[in-house]
Write a protein that binds this ligand. Structure first.
Ligand code: DGL
Length: 260
C-alpha cells in the first residue's frame, strides 16, 4: 500500500515577474544539483525550484500517482508564469506525458542517454529508482543507440541522501548492492536519479569506468536580460540550509506560505 499523496495546493501570492521564468522540480533535494547548473547556464532568467518533499520518495509510487503529482506541479508553474519546466527527476520523466500547449516540458532522460560517448562493445550499468528501472526508459533508449544495458534499482539511496545519512553508511549500503550485482564487462555507468551525483565518487571508485549523469545539460532555453533570481518552493529547515550551503552555493529566497 502506498503512503498518502499530497497534491499541490499552493496559493500563488506573489506578483508574476516580468522576467522569463523556468520551473524546475524534483521530489526533494536531488534536483537542486541541476538548479545550480541551470543558474550558471541561464544567469538572467528567474528560476523557481519545486522540491516536493511531502511526496518523497517518488521511486516507490505508481504511474498514476506520479502523473497526478506532476499535474499539480505543472499547474503551480503555470500559475507563476513559467515558460519552461525542467523535470529534474528521472522518475517523473519515466511516467509523465511531455506534451503541453502552454508550457515547454524538458525531459532529462533522453538528453542523458544522448551524452554517452563510450564504445558499444561493453555494457552500460544504469542505477535509478525502482520506478525508473521498471519503466525501462533508460534500457530502451540505450538499446536504440546500440548499447546493451543492465538496470539496477536502488531502493533507498535517494531517501538516504534526503535524510542526510553519513557517507560511510551510504558507502557500506551501496557496496553491498554492488557486490550482489552480477555485472561483468561494464563500460560505463549512468546515474539515473538526480540525487545520486552527490555520491558519484563512490560509483567511480568501485567500477572505475566513466560515470554519466544529468548535470550540466543544455535545454536550449533562451536567457533573458535582467539578473535572474532563484526561489525555492520548499519547507525551510536546518538540514536543507546545510545541504544548500554545501552543494548549491548560490543565492536564493523562499516562496509562498512554505518559506516562513
Ligand atoms: N531524484 C529523483 C529521480 O531522479 C527521485 C527520487 C525519489 O524521490 O525516489 O528519480
Amino acid at each position: 500500500m502506498h503512503q498518502s499523496m499530497a497534491l499541490s495546493t499552493a496559493t500563488v501570492i506573489c506578483a508574476i515577474s516580468e522576467n522569463d521564468m523556468i520551473g524546475i522540480c524534483d521530489s526533494g533535494v536531488g534536483g537542486l544539483t541541476l538548479l545550480k547548473d541551470l543558474h550558471k547556464r541561464y544567469p538572467h532568467t528567474d528560476i523557481i525550484y519545486y522540491g516536493d518533499e511531502a511526496n518523497m520518495p517518488y521511486g516507490d509510487r505508481s504511474k498514476e500517482e506520479l502523473k497526478a503529482i506532476f499535474a499539480g506541479i505543472k499547474a503551480y508553474f503555470k500559475a507563476r508564469g513559467c515558460q519552461d519546466i525542467v523535470v529534474a527527476c528521472n522518475t517523473l520523466c519515466s511516467a509523465i506525458d511531455f506534451n503541453d500547449d502552454e508550457i515547454v516540458i524538458h525531459d532529462i532522460i533522453g538528453k542523458t542517454i544522448a551524452r554517452l560517448n563510450v564504445p558499444k562493445d561493453k555494457k552500460v550499468l544504469v542505477f535509478a529508482t525502482p520506478f525508473t528501472i521498471k519503466s525501462g526508459r533508460y534500457q530502451k533508449g540505450l538499446e536504440k543507440r546500440g548499447y546493451q544495458s543492465i538496470g539496477v534499482a536502488l531502493k533507498s539511496l535517494a531517501k538516504d541522501i534526503e535524510e542526510g545519512l553519513p557517507k560511510q553508511v551510504v558507502k557500506a549500503k551501496l557496496y553491498q548492492v554492488f557486490e550482489m550485482t552480477d555485472a561483468k564487462d561494464i563500460g560505463a555507468i549512468i546515474l539515473g536519479c538526480t540525487h545520486y551525483p552527490i555520491y558519484k565518487d563512490l560509483f567511480y571508485e568501485y567500477y572505475n569506468v566513466p560515470v554519466f549523469d544529468s548535470l550540466g545539460l543544455d535545454f536550449g532555453i533562451e536567457d533573458s536580460d535582467e539578473k535572474g533570481e532563484i526561489s525555492l518552493h520548499m519547507e525551510r529547515s536546518d538540514k536543507l540550509e546545510r545541504f544548500l550551503k554545501r552543494y548549491i552555493g548560490v543565492d536564493y529566497r523562499y516562496e509562498d506560505h512554505l518559506g516562513k
